[in-house]
Ligand binder design. Structure first.
Ligand code: ADE
Length: 245
């Protein structure tokens, strides 16, 4: 997958991409990652990317010219990109959306800064607006990093095991069960007995039930959308954590 990030802060992406899963995927050639400096598409001495808002008000707004010029250059070479404008007003990123974006051949992220971006960028340039949560960041860069990490986890070969992202919290529709490793006893806390007995069916059942309980307690909204079996529902009823409504 080709990933291009349009930003006035290309250096922002240097160190996060030099670690962990994303670095390995870049090194393995699974992801071709590039940052594009928006200021390279300005035409004045000060390399201006923003201006005062029409109609007045505080703050500055990013001008459309450099963004459109950069996107024209991007479109002119290589496969057709999906152009994503990061914005708190965009579609909320979740596992399902990340999985579908992971199937694209080429993604371009436009990072806004200042108080906003001229609306014509959304009208005439971007294929979609994307938000990573109901809060406001100082710019799209942090959001782009989050999106790149979430999306690329679904690309085959990026994680050690191709199916891992499918088993993550949310991908199953439920939060993940607790995990333990050695030592068996730690500061008075012990590993649940069931995980030590080697009975895999029993372990799977315990894990499923832990997931159900944790999700019901913390995120009942997720439980409503999850695919549950009769056995799941009976277990939740027994705990008093299931309502038919
Ligand atoms: N830019 C500022 N806040 C944002 C958010 N929550 N998601 C995506 N882009 C943003």
């Amino acid at each position: 997958m080709i990933i291009e990030i349009l930003t006035i802060f290309p250096d922002f992406f240097k160190s996060p991409l030099q670690a962990g899963v994303i670095k390995r995927a870049i090194d393995a050639g699974i992801i071709d990652f590039r940052t594009i400096d928006l200021r390279d598409f300005t035409h004045d001495r000060h390399r201006t990317t923003d201006d005062r808002p029409f109609g007045g008000g505080e703050g500055m707004v990013m001008i459309p010219g450099p963004i459109f010029d950069a996107v024209d250059t991007i479109r002119a070479a290589g496969p057709a990109p999906c152009i994503i404008m990061l914005s708190p007003g965009g579609r909320l990123l979740d596992q399902e959306l990340a999985r579908s974006l992971s199937e694209k051949e080429r993604l371009v992220f436009i990072c806004g800064r200042y108080e906003g971006v001229d609306h014509r960028v959304v009208q005439g340039c971007a294929d979609m607006e994307l938000s990573i949560g109901d809060y406001v960041l100082s710019g799209g860069e942090t959001a782009a990093l989050v999106a790149v990490e979430v999306i690329t986890r679904f690309i085959p070969g990026v994680l050690g095991c191709d199916t891992s992202a499918e088993n993550d919290s949310f991908s199953t529709g439920l939060l993940e069960h607790p995990q333990y490793t050695r030592p068996r006893e730690f500061r008075g806390m012990s590993v649940p007995e069931v995980l030590l007995n080697g009975n895999h069916a029993e372990i799977e059942r315990w894990r499923r039930r832990q997931s159900l309980k944790i999700t019901a307690e913390r995120r009942p909204d997720l439980l409503k959308r999850a695919a549950l079996t009769e056995d799941d529902r009976n277990y939740l009823k027994k705990l008093g954590l299931w309502s038919e409504s």
